[in-house]
Design a protein around this ligand. Structure first.
Ligand code: NAD
Length: 479
C-alpha cells in the first residue's frame, strides 16, 4: 500500500495548508486512499490573483527567450518524469499506464511546441489609407488567466492551457479537478522548478466551490475552462457578469458513421477505440455508431468479438487496454444512465447493468437499435457505452449525426471519396475524421467543437494565440 498524499495550495511560491475537504480513493483499488486536499476560499483566490498579476509584469521583463527556455525545460522534465507521473495518474484515476504515459508525452510536446510559439508572436504593419500614416497590429498578453480543468487528462489539458498562456506572457491561476489533484500537484512541482517568476502558475485546490470563487474573483482577465456543459454554462455566465474573456471546451455525443463500403477491420478498430479506450472518458469518445443496413450485422458480430477480447483490469499492467472509471461517483452516474436506457426498452448486446464489475470498473456496453431522440442519442454518457443507430443510407446517417445539440467530433468510415467529401462539408462538428476514430487529436492543430460543445476561440496549435493575446491596432502619423 502506498501512503496517502496530503496536498496544500501553492500561492506566491509557498505551500498554503488548509483543512482537508476532499479525498480520492483509487478507483481500481478502494482500499488505497490516494489523496486528500483542502478547498480554496475567496481570500486565497484574491491572494493568488494578485500574485499572478505581479507575475505578468515580471514575465514581460524576462522576455520571450527566457520564457521559451523555461517552456522547453518543462517539456524535458515532463519526459524525464513520465514513468513516475504516469503511475500516479494510474493510481489516482484508473487510467491505464500506457494511456497515462502517452498523455505525459503529449503534455511535454505541447510545451515544446509553445516554446517555439513564444518566439513567433509576430505582429503586422500596414500602410494606412491616410497618406503618411501607418498601421501596426500587435498581440499583447491578456493578463491573469484562470484555468479550470477536468480529471480525464490531468496533464495534457492543463498543458494546452498553461503552455500557451506563458508563451504569450500571461500568468495562470489553475484550479484542477479534485479527482486528479495529486497528478496536478506533481505537474505543478515541475512547473515551479522551471525558473519562471513567482506567481506565474498559482495552484488552488478544491471542488466546484473553489472553481466558482475563482471565476467570480476580481482581477481575472480571462477564463479557460474544460469540463461538462452544465458547469461550463455556469462559468460562462460568471465570466459574462465580470466582463472577462472566456473559452469553454465541453462535452460531446460523438457519432461514427459506418457505410456499407467501409473497410470492416478499420471500422471495428475506430469504433472499439472511440467507444471504449480510456474507458469511454474522452470528450471525443464515440457514443453513437451510425451504420447502414448492409454492413450492420457483420460489423456488430466483429465488434462484439473484439470487445470481448479487450483486456480490462489493473491499470498498472502494461497489457491492460481498459482501466476503471475515474471515480466511484462516475460509476454511479453511468450506471444510472444505462439503467434509464434499459428501462426505456433498449437492450444491451454486451455489458449493461447485468454485467456488474468490481470497484469503479464498468463493463464495455453496446446497445442495439438505439433511437436518435432517446438518451442514447442525445446525452453524453461519460463511460464505455455506445449505441448502434441503424440507418438506410448516407443521407439518413447525416441526418442522425447532426440531430444533436453537441458538436465536438464525428467520423466516417467509407471508401467513397464522394461520401467522405460530403461528410466533411455537412458534419456539424468542430472535429471531423475520415477512417479514423472520433477521439485522438494532434497537439499542433486546433481543437474544439461547435454547438453546445464549445464556446469561444479554439485551443491548441497556433490557434491558441487568439485566446491568450489581446490584439492592438495602432495608427501612427510621423509629423
Ligand atoms: P466538471 O464540469 O464536473 O468539472 C470540471 C472542472 O470544473 C473541475 O475542476 C471542477 O471542480 C470545476 N467546477 C465544478 N463546478 C464549478 C463551478 N460552479 N465553477 C467553476 N468551476 C467548477 O467536469 P469533469 O467531470 O471534471 O470532466 C468531464 C467532462 O469534461 C465531460 O463532460 C467531458 O466531455 C468534458 N471534457 C471536455 C473536453 C474538451 O476538450 N472538449 C476534454 C475533456 C473533458
Amino acid at each position: 500500500m502506498t501512503e496517502t498524499i496530503r496536498l496544500a495550495h501553492h500561492v506566491g511560491g509557498r505551500a498554503v495548508d488548509g483543512a482537508m475537504t476532499f479525498s480520492q480513493a483509487s478507483p481500481s483499488n478502494p482500499d488505497d486512499l490516494v489523496v486528500e486536499g483542502p478547498e480554496a476560499d475567496a481570500a486565497l483566490v484574491a491572494e493568488a490573483v494578485a500574485n499572478a498579476r505581479s507575475a505578468v509584469d515580471a514575465l514581460d521583463q524576462v522576455g520571450i527567450e527566457a520564457r521559451a527556455d523555461a517552456l522547453s525545460r518543462i517539456g524535458r522534465t515532463l519526459l524525464a518524469n513520465a514513468d513516475r507521473l504516469a503511475l500516479l495518474a494510474t493510481r489516482e484515476t484508473g487510467k491505464t499506464i500506457n494511456d497515462a504515459k502517452g498523455e505525459v508525452v503529449r503534455a511535454a510536446r505541447t510545451f515544446d511546441f509553445f516554446a517555439g510559439e513564444a518566439l513567433r508572436n509576430i505582429g503586422e504593419r500596414f500602410a494606412s489609407t491616410r497618406p503618411g500614416a501607418m498601421v501596426e497590429v500587435d498581440y499583447a498578453p491578456v493578463g491573469v488567466v484562470a484555468a479550470i480543468t477536468p480529471w480525464n487528462f490531468p496533464f495534457a489539458i492543463p498543458a494546452w492551457k498553461i503552455a500557451p498562456a506563458i508563451a504569450f506572457g500571461n500568468a495562470v491561476v489553475w484550479k484542477p479537478s479534485e479527482i486528479a489533484s495529486a497528478s496536478a500537484d506533481a505537474f505543478r512541482a515541475i512547473l515551479a522548478e522551471a525558473g519562471l517568476p513567482v506567481g506565474t502558475v498559482e495552484m488552488l485546490l478544491g471542488a466546484g466551490g473553489a472553481g466558482a470563487a475563482l471565476t467570480g474573483a476580481d482581477g481575472v482577465d480571462a477564463i479557460s475552462f474544460t469540463g461538462s456543459v452544465a458547469t461550463g454554462n455556469r462559468v460562462v455566465r460568471a465570466a459574462a457578469e465580470k466582463g472577462v474573456r472566456a473559452q469553454m471546451e465541453m462535452g460531446g455525443v460523438n457519432g461514427l458513421i459506418i457505410l456499407d463500403d467501409a473497410n470492416l477491420d478499420v471500422a471495428v478498430d475506430c469504433a472499439i477505440n472511440g467507444a471504449y479506450f480510456n474507458a469511454g472518458q474522452r470528450c471525443t469518445a464515440t457514443s453513437r455508431i451510425i451504420i447502414t443496413d448492409g454492413i450492420a450485422d457483420r460489423f456488430i458480430a466483429a465488434f462484439i468479438e473484439r470487445a470481448k477480447a479487450l483486456k480490462i483490469g489493473d491499470p498498472r499492467d502494461p497489457q491492460t487496454q481498459i482501466g476503471s472509471l475515474a471515480a466511484f461517483k462516475q460509476k454511479t452516474l453511468i450506471a444510472s444512465q444505462v439503467e434509464q436506457a434499459e428501462a426505456a426498452g433498449f437492450k444491451p448486446l454486451i455489458g449493461g447493468s447485468a454485467d456488474a464489475r468490481p470497484h469503479a470498473f464498468f463493463a464495455p456496453t453496446l446497445f442495439d437499435n438505439a433511437a436518435p431522440a432517446s438518451l442514447l442519442g442525445q446525452e453524453e454518457i461519460f463511460g464505455p457505452v455506445a449505441g448502434i443507430f441503424r440507418v438506410r443510407d448516407f443521407e439518413e446517417a447525416m441526418t442522425v449525426l447532426n440531430n444533436n445539440r453537441y458538436g465536438l467530433s464525428s467520423s466516417i468510415c467509407t471508401r467513397s471519396l464522394v461520401h467522405a467529401e460530403q461528410f466533411k462539408r455537412r458534419a456539424r462538428t468542430g472535429m471531423r475524421m475520415v477512417n479514423m476514430p472520433t477521439a485522438g487529436a494532434d497537439y499542433h492543430a486546433p481543437f474544439g467543437g461547435v454547438g453546445i460543445s464549445s464556446f469561444g476561440p479554439r485551443e491548441q496549435g497556433r490557434a491558441a494565440r487568439t485566446f491568450y493575446t489581446t490584439l492592438h491596432t495602432t495608427y501612427q502619423l510621423a509629423v
